[in-house]
Each structure stands twice: as structure tokens, then as C-alpha cells.
Design a protein around this ligand. Structure first.
Ligand code: MV4
Length: 452
């Protein structure tokens, strides 16, 4: 096992990794930009290294700065958290070249899944059901017409270098195809330096269901249930839960087994998430994420496992500490993401926290790097806290969420807490009757009310 690991991240996820490492007897090294010198992750780690200026390009995204911090601190491995360098195959490769263990999958697996066409082709070959679509890239307008004639409208044009909703265009009628295709390619070239696009049948009102998998890198893998992440705004998740209110245990087992078999076949190492659209009882693969996800705690809650500990174990060459047969769902968990944003405008709201009180009690977990007097910098993601609740069933989890939100105090800045108070008044949230379009539709119809 490692003696010391470096955490190439900040905020709540850096704390999350420190906590797992400490329980395993592993020393931790925090890295930070100048504006983060007083951040909680720096205080909580055993050591820290300043790696650059506030803009992440010169600090949290600088492979050179992070490798230097690794060298001077004598760290043996790097946990990348999520975002930043977590899905950068070049970074995983640089670490490996310097005999530093990247706590995550191989650079090759990151690369395959980072290219959305290659990812889809691989998953299809591995037996995972995919959205009907073009086999590879569609490079000419003539090919676009021909393909769309075959599958019919509506279609969605996606960037192979995109993902997470970036560079997508929905095309409802043939008359819009030329314009959409040309615009999509132009935008992709500008945004990613890669104008390859592919086309899929557009699913109008699905759920977003993702399957957590874990591979040991030796050809063994398990599936660890699903998360329903349908409640999103502008491709940002807002509220996540496990298990999904829409999935039967048979459907869960069937898709889970397909996912585990697929990642076992490629000898995948570490945590991964296979994203699906779920429509009328069918799963359609869209993307795979090769990192730990923000919403991993809902999976941890219902399965009673520590995913970060397993990541570190697998990276150190140890087997997973559980088998598929050990994994059993216990109750229901919900996570809400609290952002430093003003509701209902969602405008960023950095600033000084004058009072912070975290909720507690049975079934409540607060993952946050906030403290009284902390100043939320404006340079990074606006996520400042994740509130995760666990109950014996969905109803209890929702009641617990309501109760925990009533205890929570974050003063000094505006946050998205009022959004969750409002959501908890909605019958559709209580019944679990929502799809990927629900939240944006609700925000539109309630904008006047919420502002009042
Ligand atoms: C889709 C789709 C409908 N049909 N693909 C958005 C993010 C990226 N991961 C894939 N996305 C979508 N792909 C087909 N063929 C609708 C979306 C989508 C979406 C997906 C999940 C959660 C929220 C969403 C919001 C808008 C569009």
C-alpha cells in the first residue's frame, strides 16, 4: 500500500480523498493555488504545496506543477478527484512515465472513453445496448442526409470530442439539417479543435440513469447499482438518487451484468460510470466516465461501501474488498448539490461565509469544505456542498432531506438551498415522476413564482 498520496484537486472532493486515505493510514499531500492557501483541504491534509496562481490553467490543470509537487513531497500516487485532470489521458501517462501511480484507469481506457465515437463503438462491440445512430463519424452533408433518411427525425448531432452536453444539436426536421450540421461542425472545431460529429436518433423524454462499475484491472468487475440523475439544469446535475424510482430489480441486474461484463473484458481498473438514457423500459448507452463522480455518495450510502478506499486499493494492486454477491441495496439515498449561486437566476455568488452550520443526525452526510469565515473564490466551480441523506425507503429519505435542509445554515452568500425547499413541495418529486426535461420545464413555468 502507498505511504503517501497527492490529491490533485480542491474543495469537498479533496477532503473526501483525505478522509479515505487517513482511515487507511496513508499520508496526504494537498495542492493549492494562491487563492486557496486557507482552504479546508489544505488544512486537513498532512502536507501542502502551492502549485500556482488562481486560474486553474496555471495550477489545478497544470500537469507540470502537480508532478513537481509530487516529486518534492515524495508522493507515490495521485488521486485526481473529478474534473480538472481526472480524465486527461496525457496526465495519466505522464504520471506513469514518472513512476507515480495514477489512481484511476489506464491512459488508454481514458482515451477510448474520451472519444465518444470510439467509446460507443467499443461498448457496442462489448454487448452494451446503444442509442441507434451512425456507426462512426458523419463527415459530409450528403452522408448526413442519407443517414437521417434511414433512421428518421428527430436526430441529435453530437461531437466526438464533446460529452456532457457540449457541442450537441437537436434536429427536428429535415429542413434544419444542413444548417445544424454545418453549425455543429464549426462549433466543434472552435471548441475542441476536432470537428468530427456523429448522429443519433433523438430520444425525446428519457431518464438519465448511470451504472456505477468497478474493475480490478485483472479482468474482474462488479456493478454497483444505478443513480438516477435526470434532474439537471443546463447539463449540470442538481439532485441525484439511488436507486432509481423507475428501475425494477430485474432491469437493474440485467443492465448491471452487461456493464460489468463489458468492463471486465477490457480489464478496466478502478471506478467508472456508464451513462444511459432510459426510455420505455430500454437502456441506451451514451457515454462512459472514467472517474469518481460527484454523486458517488448516494451509491456509497445504499451499498455501505467506500468507493475512494476501493480506488486506492485497486491502484495499489489489491483486490476489491467485496464481491458482486456481497453487494446489496439498503434503503434509499438522495444527494442535492448546493452551489454558490443565486436562485432562481443561478448567477455565480462567490464571497465570504459569515455563518455555517452543517446538518447532522441519523442518515445525514454533508460533504463540504466550507467553514465560518471562509471566502468562496470566484475562480472555480460553484459547488460548495453536497447534502446526502439516507433512509429506509424513498419517503424517509425525502423527509430526512427536508429535515436536514431545515437545519442547514449558509449565510453571507446566496446559494441554491431555496431551490431544494421549492422542489420538496412538488408532487412529481415525491412520486419520482420526472425525466431529463422536468427541471428546466419546471424552472420556466415557476420563474415568476420563485422570484416573488
Ligand atoms: C441525448 C439526448 C437525447 N437523445 N442523446 C446530454 C448530455 C450528454 N451526456 C448526452 N445528452 C443527451 N443525449 C440522444 N440520442 C438527450 C440528452 C440530454 C440530456 C441527457 C441527460 C441528462 C440531461 C439532458 C438534458 C438535455 C439533453
Amino acid at each position: 500500500m502507498f505511504n503517501k498520496i497527492l490529491i490533485a484537486n480542491r474543495g469537498e472532493i479533496a477532503l473526501r480523498v483525505v478522509r479515505a486515505a487517513r482511515e487507511m493510514g496513508i499520508a496526504t499531500v494537498a495542492v493549492h493555488s494562491t487563492v486557496d492557501a486557507d482552504a479546508m483541504h489544505v488544512r486537513m491534509a498532512d502536507e501542502s504545496v502551492c502549485i500556482g496562481p488562481p486560474p486553474s490553467a496555471g495550477s489545478y490543470l497544470s500537469a507540470a506543477a502537480i508532478m513537481s509537487a509530487c516529486e518534492i513531497s515524495g508522493s507515490e500516487a495521485i488521486h485526481p478527484g473529478y474534473g480538472f485532470l481526472s480524465e486527461n489521458p496525457l496526465f495519466a501517462e505522464v504520471a506513469a512515465d514518472h513512476d507515480i501511480t495514477f489512481i484511476g484507469p489506464s491512459a488508454e481506457h481514458i482515451k477510448i472513453m474520451g472519444d465518444k465515437i470510439t467509446a460507443k463503438r467499443s461498448m457496442k462491440e462489448l454487448g452494451v445496448p446503444c442509442v441507434p445512430g451512425s456507426d462512426g463519424s458523419i463527415d459530409t452533408i450528403d452522408d448526413a442526409y442519407e443517414f437521417c433518411d434511414e433512421i428518421g427525425f428527430p436526430v441529435i448531432i453530437k461531437a466526438t470530442a464533446g460529452g456532457g452536453g457540449r457541442g450537441m444539436k437537436v434536429v427536428k426536421h429535415q429542413s434544419e439539417l444542413t444548417n445544424a450540421f454545418n453549425t455543429a461542425r464549426g462549433e466543434c472545431r472552435a471548441a475542441f479543435g476536432n470537428d468530427q460529429v456523429y448522429i443519433e436518433k433523438y430520444l425525446e423524454n428519457p431518464r438519465h440513469i448511470e451504472i456505477q462499475i468497478f474493475g480490478d484491472g485483472q479482468g474482474n468487475a462488479v456493478h454497483i447499482g444505478e443513480r438516477d440523475c435526470s434532474l439537471q439544469r443546463r447539463h449540470q446535475k442538481v439532485f441525484e438518487e439511488a436507486p432509481s424510482a423507475a428501475i425494477s430489480s430485474e432491469a437493474r441486474d440485467t443492465i448491471g451484468r452487461l456493464c460489468a461484463e463489458a468492463v471486465a473484458a477490457i480489464k478496466y481498473a478502478g471506478a467508472g460510470t456508464i451513462e444511459f438514457l432510459y426510455d420505455q423500459g430500454e437502456f441506451y448507452f451514451i457515454e462512459m466516465n472514467t472517474r469518481l463522480q460527484v454523486e458517488h455518495p448516494v451509491t456509497e450510502a445504499i451499498f455501505g461501501i467506500d468507493l475512494v478506499r476501493e480506488q486506492i486499493r485497486v491502484a495499489a494492486g489489491l483486490p476489491l474488498s467485496f464481491t458482486q454477491e456481497n453487494l446489496e441495496i439498503n434503503g434509499h439515498a438522495i444527494e442535492v448539490r448546493i452551489n454558490a449561486e443565486k436562485f432562481p437566476e443561478f448567477s455565480p455568488c462567490p464571497g465570504r461565509i459569515t455563518q455555517y452550520h452543517a446538518p447532522g443526525g441519523l442518515g445525514v452526510r454533508m460533504d463540504s469544505a466550507l467553514y465560518d469565515g471562509y471566502s468562496v473564490p470566484g475562480h472555480y466551480d460553484s459547488l460548495i456542498a453536497k447534502l446526502i441523506v439516507h433512509g429506509r425507503d424513498r419517503k424517509e429519505a425525502l423527509a430526512r432531506l427536508d429535515r436536514a435542509l431545515s437545519e442547514l445554515i449558509i449565510d453571507g452568500i446566496d446559494t441554491t438551498i431555496p431551490l431544494f425547499h421549492a422542489l420538496l413541495k412538488e408532487p412529481d418529486i415525491h412520486s419520482g415522476n420526472y425525466t431529463i426535461n422536468w427541471l428546466e420545464h419546471w424552472l420556466q413555468t415557476n420563474r415568476a413564482d420563485s422570484a416573488a
